[in-house]
Design a protein around this ligand. Sequence first.
Ligand code: ZN
Length: 350
Amino acid sequence: MDKLPQPPLANVAERYSRQVRFPAIGAAGQARISASRVAVIGCGALGSAAVDLLARAGVGEIVIVDRDFVEISNLQRQVLFDEADAAAQIPKAVAAANAVGRINSQVKAQPLIADATSSNIEEILTGAQVVIDGTDNFETRYLINDACVKLGLPWVYGGVIGASGMAMAILPGETPCLRCIYPEGQAAGVLATCETAGVIGAIVSLVAAVQWAEAVKILIGDHQHLGRGLATFDLWTNDYLLATGFPRLADCPCCAQHRFDYLEARHTSQTTTLCGRNAVQVSPGHPLRLDLAELGRRLASAGAVSISPYLVRLGVDGHEITVFADGRAIVKGTADLGTARSLYARYVGV
Ligand SMILES: [Zn+2]
């Protein structure tokens, strides 16, 4: 989105007056916030709550990356979206950028409809001072971790499930990285539960608030107030904990050995089940730019086709295949990778 005309200075001062009066931020902190660029990877529940707070706080530029589109089942916890976004199947990155424009026209929002992958993550993060994790899977989190450790860029991990959640700021070279805290085997167990446990909106607000606060402390240089540990919360059992004292692993493949497995695509899969959705994402093996109108015409004989500027959707054989311009498809109605791959090959065929 293009930057809109700036309102008079007096309005700017009034707009952020309560935040500036908070002594830890002050006028100098506000100036740094307004001059900063933050990348939010994944704009579902945590991402949209974080973007909402970042936009209201006046972060200069927010890069919003998301691979999915808005659905009615998102609205219970994804605060930037509404019924009109779901009805029009607007990609979340675009819907979020539109919402930022309504909340704070001084903020430049840059939507990117894409999967964060080993081939684009470093470019996405260029110029950012901090990265916020809004993803729902550990493969992408490990990728963010690799890129941020390589670039020396702070990032804030966050995750929610059921009524519980966690958050942690990671300062590469200084604090433990994600692979120090969660070696790969442990993360697989976390992934398995999110299919069934559901999630409540309130824990999203809580974890995103922590992510926002840690990110802002980083932006304004207030490192002494960072949590430096894993904050965990359970809103149902009222267990709140900041677990500190995690060491940096002496043999961590990422932050000690600088072996960036995910960034070097050693672990990247081209077919991914989507958390809790009975859906699979299939990605092309190479960068693509599809002509969606032409694809829509081609698929019209196969089943019910709907088309928007951002996507083509085909309903066929009890499945729903949504294809984006970058060649990715989300196949709904199956959690089976092979079924999804064969449907992709049959109908998208690229
Ligand atoms: Zn590490």
